[in-house]
Design a protein around this ligand. Structure first.
Ligand SMILES: C[S@@+](CC[C@H](N)C(=O)[O-])C[C@H]1O[C@@H](n2cnc3c(N)ncnc32)[C@H](O)[C@@H]1O
Length: 293
């Protein structure tokens, strides 16, 4: 989770992943709940970040289950283990250093559930990554991908600095930055279907999507305010080449704690966004060993 990695605009992409993940934990937990993780289950969390969510299934699997935490960033895996230790579930979490761009991770066992939030969109070929994750499932297992959703709304339309509509233009510039980043990747495969299509193409059945609202109204508690400001700063940094000079100037006032226009002083800063989870099941074998209908 560095600032060179592409965010999806709804998850954690700041330099303070632990604080950011805490803000999204309730929404993530509600999307994770339908997986019904039970004692003895084996689960994979792919792209766990700092592990705020990883500890939720780790509690659910009990002493006899496991959570394989798969990430290509050793610093993230260290953070996951710290979170797991603090939650008293370190012995249930197996770190797996692996890059999804190299194919699916080689786990020693099939898993009952794969959870992956804001990770697959970092890969070169989303369809191949989803198919690889689906292949980790045992029959009847569930893949749950949190991708897409809505960009966050934090500011009023007119903040009184620069031209109104600053936040919408930041989304647009950030989208152009992400597109350029993605197109520049060697070996990139462009997929035009939506996330549910990718799950269906991977052979999963009963594919459904649902969203969870993240709604923290103004005035924001200090921890949420800091996460919102950190996320805005990270987005402005990445989108800078695609922003008009007047918008860059406005953001530099708004994000500077020494400036009278600093956003941190405002009582009307809010956090409203939605996370979307796409879920599908590896088909059960039918009575004759063939696929069930
Ligand atoms: C934006 S963070 C999401 C963290 C957490 N799941 C959340 O939703 O808050 C993306 C995570 O995916 C990992 N990641 C990105 N690209 C990856 C890849 N190609 N293979 C494995 N992990 C990757 C990052 O290191 C980071 O931990």
């Amino acid at each position: 989770m560095t600032t060179t990695a592409p965010p999806d605009g709804t998850g954690t992409s700041t330099r303070e992943p632990v604080a950011a993940e805490a803000v999204f934990l309730a929404a993530h937990s509600s999307l994770l709940a339908p997986l019904r993780v039970r004692p003895g289950d084996v689960v994979a969390d792919v792209g766990p970040g700092a592990g705020a969510v990883t500890v939720v299934p780790a509690r659910g699997v009990g002493d006899t289950g496991r959570v394989h935490a798969v990430d290509n960033d050793p610093a993230m895996l260290d953070a996951v283990l710290r979170s797991a230790r603090e939650a008293g579930v370190r012995d249930r979490v197996r770190p797996v250093l692996h890059d999804l761009d190299d194919g699916p991770p080689l786990l020693e066992e099939a898993v009952r559930a794969v959870w992956s939030a804001a990770c697959v969109h970092h890969t070169r070929d989303w369809g191949a990554a989803v198919a690889g994750l689906a292949g980790l499932l045992r029959l009847g297992g569930t893949l749950c991908l949190v991708e897409g959703g809505l960009p966050a709304r934090c500011l009023p339309w007119d903040v009184g600095v620069g031209r109104p509509g600053l936040e919408v233009r930041l989304d647009e510039a950030h989208n152009r930055w992400f597109t350029a980043w993605s197109e520049a990747r060697p070996g990139r495969v462009r997929r035009t279907g939506g996330w549910p299509d990718l799950l269906t193409d991977a052979g999963l059945t009963g594919v459904t999507s649902r969203s969870a609202l993240v709604d923290v109204p103004a005035p924001l508690p200090g921890n949420v305010r800091d996460v919102v400001l950190g996320e805005l700063a990270a987005r402005v940094d990445r989108a800078r080449p695609h922003l008009a000079d007047e918008d860059v100037a406005a953001w530099s006032h708004l994000l500077d704690p020494a400036d009278p226009a600093w956003l941190g002083r405002r009582a009307d800063l809010a956090l409203l966004t939605a996370l979307t989870a796409h879920r599908g099941r590896a088909p059960h074998p039918g009575p004759t060993g063939g696929p069930a209908t």
